[in-house]
Design a binder for this molecule. Structure first.
Ligand code: ADP
Ligand code: MG
Length: 548
């Protein structure tokens, strides 16, 4: 046995706790959702561990989540007989915030003076277990990990330190006891020892949790319906129910932007309940970021972050796919090859792209602002759906500084005789707009797409055409804007300038391939272009930066 220790919260964890305690979140009821969500995860994990390790002595006879209130002591306990935590896990998981993006979150929070904006930020991040401190001035946790003999207790008032101690006789699983704050009029804190209140919260936020949630002292009947939401018929599901389920699977605190609920029957049956978040998570562009949806097989949780089910460019999707005909024993490696998974994935992708394409304008704008950069990665990776992805993408254009445009709208505005879709890539809208390449296009009233995301450099070359119209980078090769009537005049000009061109060519022979008369300039005397087959200047800079 080891001795009791007092440890300090990691600095970031302490800061986040302070924010939580000083009630950044207005709806305090959700603390219970977080604790039940953790308990449900722990039960999922125990079942999975027992399945993967036949020697593990796991009791799966009566998995459940038990809520106990003590009115006199003013405590509320959430107990599960799930997987439990070791001492190191308790210290690591509860005492620190390992999640990526914490530093950015805190930095942003410090900049924000506005309480509503702060709540929104916290909402994106989710505070999980720490939500307990919104309603409790002391939290005690007792746990024992399956397969180990010694339990652990953890206790804290959320101020700066916590204690951990060994416990001899803890059952496998975790019990979290909240010592509730005194209800104070100003704070409008509900009495969470009130059974009726507890029932109401569970019904509202955790009804779909697939494990029995019971209330000690009640009739032993579960107080949740336990019905897997994805298996229910769409027509009976209320928006609120979708929203709560989304929060459970995503650990997000805000409502989803859009729900995609679909059922596949036939060779491969499955239910899929997918969500498009309203905001990009902090780790969207991190290599270690969370990706993928949960995989269930016949209502049994198999894994989180199942990358095989969704392509990388849809990694922001959250939700559940329940496949009927898979073995419970699947591994990640097998999944990548599995024909059923591949078939399901294909259909999910198609439906999600369809849904995005059909979003109402307001939602679409939000979506594109948050996820456009990720979606465009699909132009490279997913050649099957390239045209669809192009069709639902939108781009900045010379036409209007504020409005993005879809390619179909661009095409409908093309000038008589115009066949190509003109694009220009660069680091920012200002650099592009000041570039001499753009002059003649502007002068002649051609619309040009202004592409400034790093990924734009790459896909423009790969994509080729949209709806039969070639995408043409105006910084490349000879772009001929002069019409047929101008031809004789141009020929004359060429003659006039022949001597000059020859001279300049001679002077610059070390540095440029060719010097030619341009139709693209109106006010600038000269500009540099690359060959049609060469990389664009911005891409050349990117390669140079990568040391190539
Ligand atoms: P999240 O659930 O988003 O990971 P939380 O703050 O809610 O964040 O929980 C942090 C971690 O602590 C969980 O990921 C889990 O590993 C562990 N944990 C929390 N509650 C329990 C529990 N009841 N049983 C087992 N592990 C738990
Ligand atoms: Mg949690």
């Amino acid at each position: 046995m080891w001795e009791m220790e007092t440890l300090e919260f990691q600095a970031e964890a302490r800061q986040l706790l302070q924010l939580v305690i000083h009630s950044l979140y207005s709806n305090k009821d959700v603390f219970l959702r977080e604790l039940i969500s953790n308990a449900a995860d722990a039960l999922d994990k125990l079942r999975l561990a027992a399945f993967q390790d036949k020697d593990l002595e796991a009791d799966l006879s009566d998995p459940r989540i038990e809520l106990t209130v003590d009115k006199d002591a003013r405590t509320l306990t959430v107990r599960d007989n799930g997987i439990g935590m070791s001492r190191d896990e308790v210290v690591g998981l509860i005492g620190t915030i390992a999640r990526s993006g914490t530093a950015e979150l805190l930095a942003k929070l410090r900049e924000t003076q506005d309480a509503a904006a702060s709540r929104e930020l916290i909402g994106q991040f989710g505070v999980g277990f720490y939500a307990s401190f919104m309603v409790a001035d002391k939290v005690t946790l007792v746990t024992r990990k399956v397969g180990t003999t010694e339990g652990v207790s953890w206790e804290s008032d959320g101020e700066g330190t916590f204690t951990v101690d060994a416990v001899a006789d803890a059952p496998v699983g975790t019990a979290v006891t909240l010592h509730l704050k005194a209800a104070d009029a100003e704070d409008k804190l509900y009495d969470y020892t009130d059974e009726w209140k507890i029932r109401e919260i569970v019904k509202r936020y955790s009804d779909f949790i697939p494990w029995r949630i019971t209330l000690t002292g009640g009739d032993g009947e579960p107080i949740n319906s336990m019905k897997a939401l994805w298996a229910r018929s769409k027509d009976d599901i209320k928006p609120d129910e979708y929203a709560e389920f989304y929060k459970h699977v995503s650990h997000d605190w805000t409502d989803p932007l859009e729900v995609v609920h679909m059922r596949g029957e036939g060779t491969f049956s499955y239910d899929a309940l997918l969500f498009i978040p309203e905001r990009a998570p902090f780790d969207l562009f991190r290599a270690d970021g969370k990706r993928g949806v949960q995989l269930y097989v016949k209502r049994v949780f198999i894994m989180d972050d199942c990358e095989a089910l969704t392509p990388d460019y849809l990694r922001f999707l959250r939700g559940v796919v329940d496949a009927a005909d898979l073995s419970l024993n699947v591994s990640r490696e097998i999944l990548q090859q599995d024909r059923q998974i591949q078939a399901i994935r294909k259909r999910l992708v198609r439906r999600v792209l369809q849904t995005i394409g059909a979003l109402e304008p307001e939602k679409y704008r939000t979506f594109w602002e948050q996820f456009g950069r990720v979606i465009k990665e699909g132009l490279l990776g997913d050649s099957d759906n390239r045209e669809t992805i192009l069709g639902l993408s939108s781009f900045a254009t010379t036409r209007d500084a504020a409005e993005l445009t879809k390619l179909s709208d661009y095409v409908s505005r093309m000038k008589d005789g115009q066949t190509d879709i003109y694009v220009m890539t660069g680091e920012s809208r200002t650099t592009i707009e000041n570039s001499p390449h753009l002059e003649a296009f502007k002068a002649k009233g051609y619309e040009v797409l202004l592409l400034t995301d790093p990924v734009d450099e790459v896909w423009v070359d790969v994509v080729g055409t949209f709806d039969g119209h070639p995408l043409r980078s105006i910084a490349k090769g000879a772009v001929d804007l002069s019409s047929a009537e101008d031809a004789p005049e141009r020929e004359e000009q060429r003659k006039d300038f022949e001597a000059l061109l020859g001279f300049v060519q001679g002077q610059l022979s070390e540095d440029v391939k060719e010097v030619r008369l341009s139709t693209r300039l109106t006010t600038s005397p000269a500009c540099l272009v690359t060959d049609a087959n060469d990389v664009t200047p911005a891409l050349a800079r990117m390669y140079a930066a990568m040391g190539q």
